[in-house]
Write a protein that binds this ligand. Structure first.
Ligand code: NAD
Ligand code: GLY
Length: 372
């Protein structure tokens, strides 16, 4: 095992460590509280096939009874049916309030597992063991847990912090290339909103990051977690600065919903959304056009689409209005006055519509390949 680095999250809802390091999964049992009566491993069928046996044998070291719940794979299953599958299994085994849930998987498993932990018997402890890059740099940290409703993504959920987050970059070796690119979109986001020097570093190392160079990936995860932990520790419930983490997401969510969930990965849609948000920033809050060009080039370099799909301007605006940041009829956007700084600003549809007509009306990009 290489050096394990730790970052702390300190929120009113809980203080906990994020442990990051190659081979770190080996320490998973160390993060199970000694007074746990039993364990439930919540995962999905894909991750279970890859890592289930290994994780079960690691958790066996605790000597506690262990139940595995392997959910169907995919965003479409981040729903009531899967949540109930978890509750049914926990109740069928009679697990009590001192059980500990371990969420092993990507953001779907982590969000759903965390929400199950928040609800079961009014709250049981849980540990995040994220296995996608996106989950390692973003979703496993900060306590946003949720399932989707047919009328909106992540609309049913809770803020509920884990006991610990255990991040082992070694598991990324089995992740498809598209998922790596999608995770890198969230990595470069941190540079854009909070750390211009980290943005420079990502530019310099984009190829190495895509190729999963172990040293670079560990550094990227660590810096991402440091930034996310600092933001969440300042604003657990998104009353202010936490909204900056949604840079590119207003446009990105519209892409996901407009094309149908699953056409573009969440991170791909966010990547393209950040290009649109940067273009809007140049028009309304003075972002240097050279910075917009750098953002576009970096999104492309990490393998995400930069050409927005043509949803039709009115449909774009309609979809963006569903965003949780919308107040009344005003769409609020996270914008960049400069690289490394973000702000939330209401922008008139009359300003956004021409931008969409110009940038999202050329046939649309295609994720999963080299971008033009
Ligand atoms: P995901 O959980 O669907 O995982 C992507 C795919 O990778 C799945 O098919 C999964 O089975 C597979 N997989 C996972 N680990 C693997 C591994 N090590 N090797 C091979 N395959 C593996 O998607 P995601 O991108 O991890 O997460 C997206 C979800 O995260 C969305 O639901 C989004 O809303 C949520 N999210 C939440 C937050 C938050 O703060 N809570 C932040 C960002 C995103
Ligand atoms: N991914 C956004 C947040 O955690 O607030």
């Amino acid at each position: 095992m290489s050096d394990v680095q730790s970052v702390r999250v300190q929120t009113p809802g809980g203080h906990y460590p994020i442990h990051i390091g190659s081979g770190c999964l080996q320490t998973l049992a160390d993060h199970i509280p000694a007074d746990a009566t039993s364990l439930a491993l919540v995962t999905n069928v894909t991750v279970d096939a890859l890592y289930g046996e290994r994780v079960r044998s690691l958790l066996a070291a605790t000597g506690k009874p262990l139940l595995t719940i392997a959910l169907p794979d995919g965003e479409a299953h981040k729903d009531w049916a899967s949540l109930n599958q978890v509750f049914d299994a926990l109740l069928a085994q009679g697990l009590d309030r001192k059980m500990v849930l371990v969420a092993l998987g990507g953001g779907v498993v982590g969000d759903l597992g965390g929400f199950a932990a928040a609800c079961y018997q009014r709250g049981v402890r849980f540990v995040q063991a994220p296995t996608t890059l996106l989950a390692q740099v973003d979703s496993s940290v900060g306590g946003k847990t949720a399932i989707n409703h047919p009328r909106g993504k992540n609309m049913i959920g809770a803020f509920y912090q884990p006991q610990a987050v255990v991040i082992d970059p070694d598991v990324l070796q089995t992740l498809p290339a598209r998922e790596i690119s999608a995770g890198l979109a969230e990595v470069i986001k941190y540079g854009m909103i909070a750390d211009a020097a980290f943005f420079d570093w990502c530019e310099a190392h984009a190829a190495g990051l895509r190729a999963l160079d172990a040293t670079l990936v560990a550094q990227a995860i660590r810096r991402s977690c440091e930034i996310k932990a600092a933001v969440v520790s300042q604003d657990e419930r998104e009353a202010g600065v936490r909204a900056h983490l949604n840079f590119g997401h207003t446009f990105g969510h519209a892409i996901e919903a407009g094309l149908g969930y699953g056409q573009w990965l969440h991170g791909e849609a966010v990547g393209c959304g950040m290009v649109l948000a940067a273009e809007l920033s140049a028009r309304v809050c003075g972002l240097d056009p050279a910075a917009v060009a750098r953002i576009r080039a970096l999104v492309q370099a990490i393998g995400c689409p930069v050409q927005a799909p043509d949803l039709g301007v009115q449909r774009w605006l309609e979809l963006m209005r569903v965003d949780k940041k919308t107040r009344g009829r005003h769409i609020h956007y996270v914008l960049l006055p400069r690289l490394g700084a973000a702000q939330v600003q209401a922008v008139d549809d009359d300003t956004v519509a021409p931008l969409l007509a110009q940038l999202a009306g050329q046939g649309g990009g295609a994720p999963g390949g080299e971008n033009p």
